[in-house]
Design a protein around this ligand. Structure first.
Ligand code: ZN
Ligand code: ZN
Length: 149
């Protein structure tokens, strides 16, 4: 091997080494870029997830508030039972039962809901309603304050 050959060897070796290093570097950069993209995607996904959870959380809260704010029972007690429609229906039921308590035969002064209309508030058939005296009404409600009057 001549001296010139040796120098060329060294030069070629450097060039080849340089090319290999360059490729490695490029590969590393590519890998890093892909990882960063993946991380960014995951971050966005988390943000979206959080936003979705936040929205459904809000929705749930609203539903709970609505349920608490005005339950069907509350609507019956606070609005329907004070309405003219109820007064008319109450009269029809009392008249049907001849103002007599269906439980004990005493004078009926109240009307009891045997059941409540689930879908159509205030649209219960009068078959679901019975005339009762105060004592029997409280008994039907298990001695709690009678709700329906
Ligand atoms: Zn009742
Ligand atoms: Zn009675």
């Amino acid at each position: 091997m001549t001296r010139a050959d040796f120098v060329w060897y060294i030069i070629i070796a450097f060039v080849v080494w340089g090319i290999i290093q360059g490729k490695r570097e490029a590969k590393r950069n590519e890998k890093k870029r892909l990882e960063e993209e993946q991380q960014e995607r995951e971050r966005l996904q988390r943000v979206q997830e959080m936003r979705k959870n936040y929205v459904s959380e809000k929705q749930r809260e609203r539903e709970i508030q609505e349920r608490q704010g005005k339950s069907r029972q509350q609507f019956y007690n606070e609005e329907y039972l004070r309405s003219d429609a109820w007064q008319r229906k109450r009269y029809v039921v009392l008249k049907r039962d001849n103002w007599t308590c269906v439980d004990c035969g005493a004078k009926a002064v109240e009307v009891h809901h045997k059941r409540y209309s689930k879908e159509r508030i205030g649209k219960e058939p009068i078959d679901w309603l019975v005339s009762v005296c105060n004592a029997c009404h409280e008994r039907r409600h298990g001695h709690r304050t009678s709700r329906t009057r």
